[in-house]
Design a protein around this ligand. Structure first.
Ligand SMILES: [Zn+2]
Length: 264
């Protein structure tokens, strides 16, 4: 190969690496665990290395970034992807399953204790939220039970389901455990406790204001409600929520409150 061709090949390789790193962010948690994050949904994707192959949790970086995800995985470890796990059924978490299954991976719900992967099922964000604990890395993948880049979404389990889900996560591992939300930066149990406190305060406030007969529009402009929702803005976005999402969050919270009142 001529020097020119070698240089060109090197330049192309560098460019493709840059493209991968531009669309997929990689965080090394331990020698056996990485978190990869795609640009589209910002879903936290777990990459667990086992002696027999690679295990992925929620491998969905966005449809057009699946090949880039595969490249990013191969840059870490060239073993085949043998198993795929999902924290819940939403497409921003499951959308990449078919891609990896077509390349030989198997979809699994449950545990792989031999590789230190433990499973708990709760009901909060959806009717089945799977929590995966990778014990060798002391990292807990909690899916959308917890989010550090969005408001809480406890619509399937209501307040009781949400509380139970958070209690379940808090019982796993220890105080040093890394808590990996479905989206947003991975954090710790102290942050999860604050998230619970803020969520319960949010629900109580919306309950009170809606009992006082305030309309959705009035609730949206209430100072306390505005301050409360901003507490979930851990990534400092401005504005944090589009108006439509903000309105929907209030409406769905009221639905949860009415459903729980009806079931008492
Ligand atoms: Zn999600």
């Amino acid at each position: 190969m001529s020097i020119f061709k070698t240089l060109l090949a090197m330049a192309l390789l560098l460019l493709s690496c840059a493209a991968v790193s531009a669309s997929i962010q990689v965080q090394a948690v331990s020698p056996h665990l990485h978190i990869l994050t795609g640009k589209d949904y910002g879903t936290n994707i777990g990459l667990v290395e086992t002696p027999s192959g690679l295990v992925l949790i929620d491998p969905m970086p966005g449809e057009q970034y699946l090949a880039a995800l595969e490249k990013a995985i191969q840059a870490i470890n060239r073993k085949p992807v043998t198993h795929v796990f999902n924290t819940h059924a939403h497409t921003d978490h499951t959308g990449g399953n078919a891609y990896f299954i077509s390349r030989g991976a198997q979809l699994v719900t449950g545990e792989m204790r031999q590789f230190g992967l433990f499973h708990h099922a709760v009901k909060s964000h959806t009717t089945t939220d799977n929590i995966y604990y990778h014990k060798p890395s002391n990292a807990i993948f909690v899916g959308d039970v917890f989010d550090t880049s969005w408001h809480p979404t406890f619509y399937a389990g209501g307040v009781a389901g949400f509380n139970n889900a958070i209690d379940t996560v808090l019982r796993i591992g220890d105080e040093q455990s890394l808590v990996v939300p479905g989206h947003g930066v991975a954090t710790d149990k102290a942050s999860l406790r604050r998230f619970r406190k803020n969520t319960l305060e949010w629900v109580d406030t919306i309950r009170l204001l809606s009992m006082q007969g305030l309309s959705i529009e009035q609730i949206m402009t209430n100072k306390k409600v505005i301050d409360l929702v901003e507490r979930f803005n851990l990534s400092g976005k401005s504005p944090f929520l589009p108006q439509k999402a903000y309105q929907r969050f209030i409406e769905r919270t009221i639905q949860v409150i009415e459903r729980e009142r009806g079931s008492v």
